[in-house]
Write a protein that binds this ligand. Structure first.
Ligand code: NAP
Length: 231
């Protein structure tokens, strides 16, 4: 017998942590990942019964393999995957090296590709993949100097979402992207020091959690801007 679970990445802090907690508090089983074992343990301590944690570096295929081994051993069926993990690099275009571009691409785009490739055998029918994009990567939104590599990588996730919805339609897996606006987290503070975001992680967690559970009943291959302000 398989156990239905929601897989969420980047769950050691910020938006991912709050979303994992919110889902578990609402009686959903959650498999939470990030690199920091210590912070994942803190998350697990908030709801031992419903949260499983596996530390995983999404830039490393061996690490992802350990995650999928766990899914197999525990006979988990993924009902939603929230691709939330991400990183930010703030540098002007002239300062960005090839290495910087590659590392942004590797973390923000290729991690999503790698994780889905490895975990797709464990998806059930009518499941939902939610890609966490950014307003910085949403066409027509305001852009900010120093965030070119980050915003470009997030923009790629928008098209990835649309393509994957077409690829996975026959398997009854839906794929949608939420392009988030400003949420008060460590990442936001690095991007916009001194500016106060209109939302906290717990606020957006409620929306992301509900969307991961229900959004695919109403849409597929869609990219939604979820923002109150600018940034
Ligand atoms: N905050 C905002 O205003 C905002 C706006 C738009 C979009 N977003 C997006 O929302 C998502 C969450 O952002 P946040 O603000 O909550 O950021 P955050 O507080 O910096 O958290 C990022 C998460 O990603 C994980 N992570 C980073 N590198 C990883 C790796 N190599 N392997 C596995 N996990 C990794 C981190 O965990 P470890 O360090 O433990 O691995 C952490 O849990 C990101 O995709 C971000 O781009 C945020």
């Amino acid at each position: 017998m398989s156990h239905k679970t929601i897989l969420i990445t980047g769950a050691s802090k910020g938006i991912g942590y709050a979303t994992a907690r919110h889902l578990a508090a609402n009686k959903h089983r959650v498999l939470a990942t990030a690199r920091s074992e210590e912070k994942l343990q803190e998350l697990k301590n908030t709801n031992q019964k419903r949260i499983d944690c596996i530390s995983c570096d999404l830039t490393d295929t061996t690490s992802i393999q350990r995650l999928t081994d766990f899914i197999r051993e525990e006979q988990l069926e993924i009902t939603s995957l929230i691709h939330n993990a991400g990183g930010l690099l703030k540098k002007s275009f002239g300062e960005l090296t090839d290495n910087d571009w590659n590392s942004m691409w590797n973390l923000n785009v290729m991690s999503v590709v790698r994780l889905l490739r490895a975990s797709i055998p464990f998806f059930g029918k009518n499941s939902h993949i939610v890609t966490i994009g950014s307003m910085g990567g949403y066409q027509g939104s305001s852009k900010f100097p120093g965030l070119t590599a980050y915003s470009t990588s997030k923009g790629a996730l928008v098209i990835w979402t649309e393509c994957m919805a077409a690829e996975l339609k026959n398997r009854e897996i839906s794929v949608n992207c939420l392009c988030l606006g400003a949420v008060q987290t460590e990442m936001f503070e690095t991007a916009f020091p001194g500016i106060k975001a209109p939302l906290k992680s717990d606020d957006i967690a409620e929306y992301i959690a509900d969307f991961s559970l229900k959004g695919h009943k109403f849409m597929n291959g869609k990219v939604l801007p979820i923002a109150l302000g600018n940034p």
